[in-house]
Design a protein around this ligand. Structure first.
Ligand code: PMV
Length: 324
């Protein structure tokens, strides 16, 4: 039996990924950019075991079946074909964030699984190859392999679609959990719907490439107000294009909008505060390290707040998760 354990963190996109050009290879329609967080890690142990006839997957101590197990098995199939090793595996995973609450636990989950499985199956992958592998599990996982700030190049095939680190100013995100329950429509399903039915989808894709180019420049220039403005407008564009699907999908709740409004008021008062939200109602407010406490205090009435900053990429641990 060979065993490996890895840890990875979720990321929050400042330029969002929404829509695929190739479902099988998980190639995105456009590039994206994110901050890998220093909180809410997933830790995953993979044990390759020749005596198993099927993979097993437990999450937070609960044995998984159905969709969750299928996704894990399909991902392990990719690893097995790369390694030329057909043995099954036992996967144990522990999330420090509520699963499916819009904090992209699929990103930390598949980044940790990619590294732990690659190591357990004896693959020696560099950062780019690991990012490509994580992509096969979940698009946003492509970026969680990378520490700090990452750009995911859309690419045109498996080899050219990966994330890499970029330099950016030290920033903080104030996460406002307005609702901790699982999201109503999975991002996978809603992305399909948007691409297939929104009359604005093509404009979304082309404007995302434009936003990404501008974001990379703003990061290189250390231009925080520009990074913030691009972050907020891109998030609003994503939620707008999602809302124009048929049937429409809406992730933002009234309380989420209140946080976006609070960010506007903070800016009017001279504070650095720009809002963004992924496929769920929780909102992150982008600010500077010096202003993070004041921003957190200002938005605390809208939900539970937590200040996070840039965190590490996926990495191996010497200690394994205990058997249940
Ligand atoms: O890869 P998924 O299924 O976790 O999709 C992520 C989609 C967003 O979080 C909304 C945007 C993003 O770029 O992370």
């Amino acid at each position: 039996m060979t065993r490996a354990t890895a840890r990875a963190h979720p990321n929050i996109a400042l330029v969002k990924y929404w829509g695929k050009r190739d479902e099988a290879q998980m190639l995105p329609a456009a590039g994206s950019m994110s901050m890998t967080l220093d909180a809410f890690a997933t830790t995953t142990t993979v044990e390759v075991d020749g005596t198993l006839t099927e993979d097993a997957f437990s999450l937070g101590g609960a044995e998984q079946t159905g969709v969750a197990l299928d996704r894990t098995t399909r991902f392990l199939d990719v690893v097995r074909s790369l390694a030329g090793d057909g043995r099954r595996a036992r996967v144990r995973s522990h999330n420090e964030a509520p699963t499916a609450a819009g904090l992209a636990s699929s990103a930390s989950g598949f980044a940790a699984l990619a590294l732990a499985a690659a190591a357990a199956y004896g693959l020696d992958l560099d950062e780019r190859a690991l990012s490509r592998l994580a992509r096969r599990g979940s698009g946003s996982a492509t970026r969680s392999v990378i520490p700090g700030y990452a750009v995911w190049h859309a690419g045109t095939d498996d080899a050219s679609s990966y994330a890499e680190g970029i330099e950016a100013p030290d920033l903080r995100l104030v996460i406002v959990t307005v609702d901790g329950s699982p999201k109503s429509v999975s991002s996978r399903r809603a992305m399909r719907l948007t691409a297939a039915t929104s009359p604005f989808y093509e404009a979304w894709v082309s404007s995302t490439e434009q936003s990404l180019t501008e974001m990379v420049r703003a990061c290189a220039d250390g231009d925080v107000p520009r990074i913030g403005a691009l972050t907020e407008s891109h998030a609003l564009r994503m939620h707008a294009v999602i809302a124009t699907s048929t049937p429409p999908v809406r992730y933002l709740a009234p309380r989420s909008i209140e946080v976006f409004d609070a960010a506007v008021r903070l800016r009017e008062a001279g504070v650095t505060a720009w809002a963004t939200a992924d496929a769920g109602p929780n909102v992150c407010v982008l600010t500077t390290p010096a202003e993070a406490e004041a921003v957190a205090a200002a938005v605390a009435e809208h939900g539970e707040v937590r200040i996070v900053g840039p965190g590490p990429g996926a990495h191996l641990l010497a200690e394994h998760l205990p058997e249940p």
